[in-house]
Write a protein that binds this ligand. Structure first.
Ligand SMILES: Nc1ncnc2c1ncn2[C@@H]1O[C@H](COP(=O)(O)OP(=O)(O)O)[C@@H](O)[C@H]1O
Ligand SMILES: [Mg+2]
Length: 213
């Protein structure tokens, strides 16, 4: 990966996080501020109503805390901390299932040496992007992800039974996911292959376990 691509990758991730904060947390804080004004208004005239509105405000605060936790997790998944590799994938799987009631999600994840932190986090981010794409674009009923470690290579497969990728992929402005996926794989001296047709998409990636990054 060229140095300029790394800068681009960083800037795009920052932009995504900034937009996320703006669209969710900032908007919710504005609502909360209006809610507090309402409480102030009712405080003297109608104590019961002001208590009810306070309960609503409390719920809003809890929601904002959850959103902030998501953003923090996005910046630094627990893969890098104590809870670790398997738990990170379980969390991703749970989230996919809770956001998409009819989806089938099948994860089969081998252990990967996390002392090589950058490989582990890169694989995790690749799988996240692959799953996000499936949810966003494919209309699939089923996602299968496997990460297999044979000691020399890590084999990753992200597969769906959706509509397939259109022939002409728009790699302009805001469509960096697949490109960055490929660049991450390149940077880890790996290979990535996409096979896609009207009955689904399969992305296979092979990364040497002791890649020179
Ligand atoms: N699993 C998939 N199924 C169908 N289409 C896909 C899938 N993954 C990617 N695509 C298509 O490839 C395009 C590029 O993906 P990507 O680079 O991740 O950008 P983005 O997700 O921001 O649109 C998407 O806009 C979509 O049309
Ligand atoms: Mg994408």
């Amino acid at each position: 990966m060229e140095k300029k691509d790394i800068l681009m990758l960083q800037e795009t991730e920052r932009k995504r996080i900034a937009e996320g904060l703006h669209d969710t947390t900032v908007q919710d804080m504005l609502c909360l501020s209006q809610q507090l004004e309402l409480i102030l208004l009712y405080m003297d005239q109608d104590v019961t109503r002001s208590k009810l509105e306070t309960a609503v405000a409390r719920k809003q605060v809890k929601h904002i805390i959850d959103e902030m936790r998501e953003t923090i997790y996005d910046l630094r998944p627990m893969i890098m901390d104590d809870i670790g590799w398997q738990a990170s994938f379980e969390r991703l799987r749970d989230k996919l299932l809770s956001d998409n009631a009819d989806l089938r999600v099948d994860f089969d994840i081998d252990v990967v040496d996390r002392s090589d932190g950058i490989t582990a986090i890169s694989i995790y981010r690749i799988v996240c992007e692959g799953c996000q794409n499936i949810i966003k674009h494919s209309n699939a009923e089923c996602i299968e992800v496997s990460v297999k470690n044979d000691g020399s290579f890590i084999h990753i497969c992200i597969q769906d039974n959706g509509n397939g990728i259109e022939d002409e992929i728009d790699f302009s402005n805001n469509h960096f996911g697949l490109r960055f996926m490929r660049e991450r794989v390149d940077a880890l001296s790996g290979k990535m292959k996409i096979v896609s047709n009207a009955s689904g998409t399969r992305i296979t990636i092979v990364i040497p376990t002791e890649s020179e990054v």
